[in-house]
Design a protein around this ligand. Structure first.
Ligand code: MN
Length: 226
C-alpha cells in the first residue's frame, strides 16, 4: 500500500533504440540560440540562455502531434538532445562527455506568438515553451555505440520541403560547454535531458502537416500535425 493521497504520476521514459530498455526522464533543460541564424551575425561571446520544460512534455516522436491551444504560431525546432547518465556540479568541460548516456533527436515545439509577447513584456517563457506534448523525442542512441557526435546533418522538413538544414559542427557552444554551464548553475542529475538549440529555418506548423526530421547517425523522426 501507499501513503500518497493521490496516485503519483507515471514515470516518463524514453525508449533505448533497438532494445526494450527505457531511460527514465528526470528534467528537461533547453538551450536558447546556439547556431548562427545568418551568415553575417557576430559570434556571441556570452553563453546562451537556458529554460526548462516539464518531463511530462516529453512524448515519443512518432504518430500524431496535437496543435496546442492558445496559439496562432505553432513552430518547430529540431534539436540534438543529450541524455545525462551521471550527474554532477561544476563539471569540467573536458570531462563532460563522461556524463552523457546517449543522444536523441527532439523537437522543442514553441508557441512563437506567446514567446514574442513574453520577450516584449519581460514575462516568463513557460506559456510559450512548457505546454503538453511540447518535447517529442526519439529513442536514445547509447553514446557507447554512437559515440559523441561533433558533426553531421541536423535537418527538418515539412511535407517533404526542407525547412531546417545545418550541421552539428555549426553549434556555437558544443555539448561539453553546455553541460559545464548548466552544472555551474544547478546540480545535473541522472535522467536529465538537454535540448541543445535549433538551427535557422524555424517556422509554423499547420494541421495536417507531415514533419520529418533527424540528426545524422543518431535518429530520425516522423510526425503528423493533428
Ligand atoms: Mn529550442
Amino acid at each position: 500500500m501507499t501513503d500518497f493521497v493521490i496516485a503519483p504520476a507515471a514515470p516518463v521514459a524514453l525508449q533505448v533504440a533497438g532494445t526494450a530498455a527505457r531511460f527514465p526522464v528526470h528534467r528537461v533543460f533547453c538551450i536558447g540560440r546556439n547556431y548562427p541564424w545568418s551568415a553575417d551575425e557576430p559570434r556571441p561571446t556570452a553563453m546562451p540562455a537556458w529554460f526548462m520544460k516539464p518531463a511530462s512534455a516529453v512524448v515519443p516522436a512518432h504518430g500524431v502531434l496535437p496543435v496546442p491551444p492558445g496559439t496562432e504560431d505553432f513552430c518547430h525546432e529540431i534539436e540534438l538532445v543529450v541524455a545525462i547518465g551521471r550527474g554532477g556540479r561544476d563539471i569540467d568541460p573536458a570531462q563532460a562527455e563522461a556524463h552523457v548516456w546517449g543522444y536523441a533527436a527532439g523537437l522543442d515545439l514553441t508557441r512563437r506568438d506567446l514567446q514574442q509577447q513574453a520577450k516584449r513584456v519581460g514575462g516568463p517563457w513557460e506559456p510559450a515553451k512548457a505546454f503538453d506534448h511540447s518535447a517529442p523525442c526519439t529513442p536514445l542512441a547509447r553514446a557507447s555505440q554512437c559515440g559523441h557526435p561533433r558533426s553531421g546533418a541536423i535537418w527538418l522538413a515539412v511535407n517533404g520541403v526542407d525547412r531546417q538544414c545545418a550541421d552539428l559542427a555549426d553549434l556555437l557552444w558544443p555539448v561539453s560547454a553546455l553541460i559545464a554551464m548548466l552544472s555551474r548553475s544547478v546540480a545535473l542529475q541522472p535522467g536529465d535531458l538537454v535540448f541543445t538549440g535549433t538551427p535557422a529555418g524555424v517556422g509554423a506548423l499547420r494541421s495536417g502537416d507531415r514533419i520529418t526530421a533527424g540528426v545524422a547517425g543518431i535518429a530520425e523522426l516522423g510526425m503528423t500535425v493533428a
